[in-house]
Design a protein around this ligand. Structure first.
Ligand code: IDP
Ligand code: MG
Length: 136
C-alpha cells in the first residue's frame, strides 16, 4: 500500500560546485516532492565514512568518502507518496551513462562517482539517513 513518506536527498559536491542546486531542487518540486528540511553543509571525511559505512568493504569506499567530503553538499528531506522509490526513479541509475533520459543523473551526472545526487534506497535507510543529518 502506498503512503506519504520521506526520503533523504543529497545534492553532491559536483552539482553544488556547478551551481546546479536550485535547478535540481526545482525538478524535485515540479515532480511533486515537498522539501521539508534542507541545509548546505560540508562534511568531514570521517562523517562521510560514517554515512557511507554500508560501502566500507567496496574498493571505491575511500574515494567515495574523499569525494563526498570534498566540498559543500545540499542535504534535503523530501516528502511525497512513495518518496523513496519516486526519488530513485527521478535520480536514474547510479552510472549516469546508464541512466534514462530525463533523469537527474542523465541530465547532470559526470561519471559514476560524480553522479550529482544521492537518494535513500529504502524506507528504513531513509529514516537512518534523515536522523544522521537532522537529529536535534
Ligand atoms: P546509489 O547512489 O545509486 O545508491 P550505491 O551503489 O549506493 O549507488 O553507491 C553509492 C555511491 O558510490 C554512488 O552514488 C557512486 O557515487 C559511488 N559508486 C558506486 N559504484 C561505484 C563504482 O563502481 N565506482 C566508483 N564509485 C561508485
Ligand atoms: Mg545507495
Amino acid at each position: 500500500m502506498s503512503e506519504v513518506e520521506q526520503t533523504l536527498s543529497i545534492i553532491k559536491p559536483d552539482a553544488v560546485e556547478r551551481n546546479l542546486d536550485q535547478q535540481i531542487k526545482s525538478i524535485f518540486v515540479k515532480n511533486g516532492f515537498k522539501i521539508i528540511k534542507e541545509k548546505k553543509i560540508k562534511l568531514e571525511k570521517n562523517e562521510a565514512e560514517q554515512f557511507y559505512k554500508v560501502h566500507q568493504t567496496k574498493p571505491f569506499y575511500n574515494d567515495l568518502c574523499e569525494y563526498l567530503s570534498s566540498g559543500p553538499i545540499l542535504v534535503m528531506v523530501l516528502e511525497k507518496k512513495d518518496a523513496v522509490l519516486a526519488n530513485r526513479n527521478l535520480m536514474g541509475a547510479t552510472d549516469p551513462k546508464k541512466a534514462e533520459e530525463g533523469t537527474i543523473r542523465k541530465s547532470f551526472g559526470i561519471s559514476i562517482d560524480k553522479n550529482s545526487v544521492h537518494g535513500s534506497d529504502s524506507a528504513e535507510n531513509a529514516k537512518i539517513e534523515i536522523e544522521f543529518f537532522f537529529k536535534n
